[in-house]
Design a protein around this ligand. Sequence first.
Ligand SMILES: [Zn+2]
Length: 398
Amino acid sequence: MRYNYRYRLAPSDTHRETLDSHRDLYRQMYNHFFHRLNHEDGATKYVEINQLPSIKQWWDVLTNLYSRTLQNVVEKLYTNLSRLKDAKDAGRKVGLLKWKAPTEYRSFTYRQSGLELKNTSGQPVLRLSKIGEIPVRMYRDIPDGAKLKQVTVKKEPTSEWFAIFGIETPDDPPEKPDELTDVVGIDVGILKYAHDTDGTAVESLDLSDERERLKHAQRDHSRKQHGSANYRNQQRVVACRHAELKQKRRDFLHKLSNYYAREHDLVAVEDLNAAEMMQFDSNSRNRAAAAWGTFLRLLEYKCEREGTHFVVIDPRNTTMECASCGVKTDKPLWVRELSCPACGFEANRDANAAWNILVRGLKKVGTGCPESMPAETALPTDTVVSAKRVVETGSPAR
Ligand SMILES: [Zn+2]
């Protein structure tokens, strides 16, 4: 199986200079081939890669770069191009490939060769050809027997450098069970983060302090004279505040997704519920959509890793159908309790939705319905858990 592990690098000042100069050379090469793509007929990935040796003859600073990584730059350009094309073919609205400014080109990749992770004197170092040995802060170990396949080094807007290791372990992913005992449906919302069929409602993460600090830093930044040293320093502060906010959210999503993937045999979620999202203003909508996408991705690979079924279901009417009898009742979103006129079933709107999600998930993997449906057993009493608790204990379970 393949995983990505992200670690902070601790480069010396000399390393930093080298990393930065390499990053900028790769950027210039990207722009060079981007220009050719638009102005030369018959430019293809292979034609361009074959150009590299002759370019090095007149632009000799390029010989300081690792040649496989230089090839990757060309590959990256053409990958970006085909992704755009795919998106366009799929009917999505897409922009154009763009020239990259220094702040927009932040990473480069070593693949298969020219990289090594060494741990000789107790201090792990990443050896990169043409750059040197950079200490790595390994706060968690890479699994035994794993092979390092590639590494992407990335400079964050805070000026910190990170390494994203792509590793491969020899084991196949664990088999997914046929017999399902611990199944869960999760309804994700804007007002509270997640509501599941175990009867747990996890509140949204409170990031208001972090947002306030970010706003403050941005205000200070706008008051500095453009281009001055103070301006640049304050820019750094803004980037740090951004990173803090992002880190806190990621930590929460990691812990919550870990919990669901580890403690269950099947996890059912709904695809982004666009209709429901439309009822919120665009700001909170975008924020929720981004966090939701991250949560889904984390949940998917963690389920794969744990051998847990992961099912995404069609969100249509999950909040309107009665989980007990299936009759549809159209109620505005602010009505938080569902009371079914057909069968008398009563439940919290989100709890009802979570059950519908689970039932659809089970149908999709072909095991039919859970043995005890809500009408027979009554829904578990909801327990509201704060996001803070998930962050502190790593799980919303009681
Ligand atoms: Zn009903």
